[in-house]
Design a protein around this ligand. Structure first.
Ligand code: FAD
Length: 428
């Protein structure tokens, strides 16, 4: 059976795959984007129902198109984010094949390029871009055994309060997902415990500008390495209800009981680390530091932005912080559900090439892997802090496309046959 040929196979049609297609198209490089579900599927089905984008519409988008029906400063509901990428793919004529799963990618033996096996036949490609996203596999620590509470789910399976059985809920993780889910559950009338680890919590707005703007002008989105060498810094922000600063004191005032990091479980009792106050204090320090840097920016540039002294007032710590609970008897507290908002891991089980370290992490620099011809896109901190976010991945995709174009130029100028240039289809 003849094998289809192209220059580049892009795996995944989330925002990363769509951005990649735009830049490859701009170079005139033949490619196919293979998506096992629908374009931007994760925004539709792997997020909770009420989610809106964490950044305003002017920021959380690609340069080439505005949101058609979301106000400049508003936060796009998740379905509109997905619709945006579908419309974007259409606008650029991205050659996306939906409902096709890549099951394996292997380097050819004795000739260049890769054999890409899919659920709908094989493709030979000179280059492969893994654009399957930073959040492929939900992970949570194996702390609470199955059956200890009626329901344990990851945040990617949480959709709305009514899906959980009656009773109290423990939400583990205080990034954007954890705080927003805990807030929604509390507003629905649930008793909620929120397990708070280390986090950043920038102000939603300061001196009339959104935090996305501040991170931009202060160069923090472009930071190339995580602060203090941390691999991932959870940013607790929310666009919900028009957008607001995540304030753990305010969450506690609504009745949410804050606890420290979830540490262990024994005989029906959960144990929390005695780190709650320290985690809150570190988040406060980072928050205040951003205000300080913003004030400095305003002064240095002589900007006329309204002062906001009240933003510097944090208020007293609630009793759950000053006198934290270190144990929770799940049955006694009526906890029937645990929502683990504890993040994701990558899954490149389909990518059978030698470019992973001993922990399974891609060996790459700005998306260019140690295996010539294989590229990654959408990784956290791939080139900068913004890399796994909507606006950032677009810039990384351009860099990767430029690299492919350069490499391809050598092959073309060297007269080396390549897929997609009219060569006869190989026989499989
Ligand atoms: C809860 C949550 C909220 C977020 N909110 C924001 C926000 O407001 N603003 C922002 O900028 N970022 C946000 N992000 C971060 C980021 O923008 C999203 O995670 C985004 O979905 C990442 O896009 P991606 O294209 O890199 O990956 P994904 O959206 O995960 O897309 C990867 C695609 O690859 C496909 N795929 C995987 N394996 C295969 C295979 N073997 N064969 C074929 N297809 C495959 C998947 O089906 C998927 O469609 C958020 C993330 C989360 C988890």
């Amino acid at each position: 059976m003849p094998i289809e040929e192209t220059d580049v196979v892009v795996v995944g049609a989330g925002q990363a795959g769509v951005a990649m297609s735009e830049h490859l198209g701009a170079h005139g490089i033949p490619h196919i984007v293979v998506e096992r579900d629908r374009i931007a599927e994760r925004w539709r089905t792997a997020r909770w129902d009420s989610l809106v984008a964490n950044g305003p519409a002017w920021h959380d988008r690609f340069p080439g198109m505005e949101f058609p029906d979301v106000a400049h400063d508003a936060f796009a509901p998740k379905e509109k984010v997905a619709d945006y990428f579908v419309a974007y793919a259409e606008k650029i004529g991205a050659p996306v094949r939906c409902g096709v799963e890549v099951t394996s990618v292997r380097r050819h033996d004795g000739h260049p390029g890769f054999r890409v096996e899919t659920s709908q036949g094989d493709i030979d490609a000179r280059y492969v871009v893994a654009a399957t996203g930073p959040f492929q596999r939900p992970v949570f620590p194996p702390i609470v055994p199955d059956g200890a509470v009626p329901v344990q789910i990851h945040s990617n399976a949480y959709h709305k309060p009514e899906q959980l059985p009656e009773g109290a809920v423990l939400v583990v993780g205080a990034g954007s997902s954890g705080v927003q889910i805990a807030d929604e559950l509390r507003r629905s009338g649930r008793q909620v415990f929120l397990s708070v680890g280390p986090h950043d919590r920038p102000p939603r707005q300061y001196r009339g500008r959104d935090f996305c703007w501040w991170l931009g002008v202060l160069g923090l989105w472009d930071a190339q390495t995580p602060p203090q060498g941390a691999e991932h810094v959870t940013i607790a922000v929310s666009g919900a209800r028009g957008g607001h600063t995540v304030d753990f004191r305010a969450l506690a005032a609504t009745g949410i009981e804050l606890v420290g990091m979830t540490a262990s479980y024994a005989d029906g009792v959960l144990h929390f680390a005695p780190d709650l106050a320290a985690n809150i204090a570190a988040g406060d320090a980072q928050y205040l530091e951003l205000l300080r840097a913003a004030d400095e920016y305003v002064a240095r540039n002589g900007l006329d932005l309204p002062v906001e002294p009240e933003a510097h007032l944090l208020g007293a710590d609630p009793s759950c912080v000053t006198d934290p609970r270190l144990e929770l008897d799940l049955a006694e507290a009526g906890v029937t559900s645990i929502v683990w908002a504890t993040g994701y891991a990558t899954d490149y089980s389909w990518l059978d090439v030698d470019t992973f370290d001993e922990k399974g992490r891609p060996i790459q620099r700005r998306g260019i892997s140690s295996e010539p011809g294989v590229y990654f896109l959408g990784l956290p901190w791939q080139s900068r802090r913004g890399s796994s976010f909507i606006w950032g991945v677009w810039h990384d995709a351009r860099y990767v496309a430029d690299h492919i174009a350069t490499q391809r130029g050598y092959l073309v100028n060297g007269g080396i046959d390549r897929p997609g240039a009219g060569s006869a289809a190989r026989q499989g």
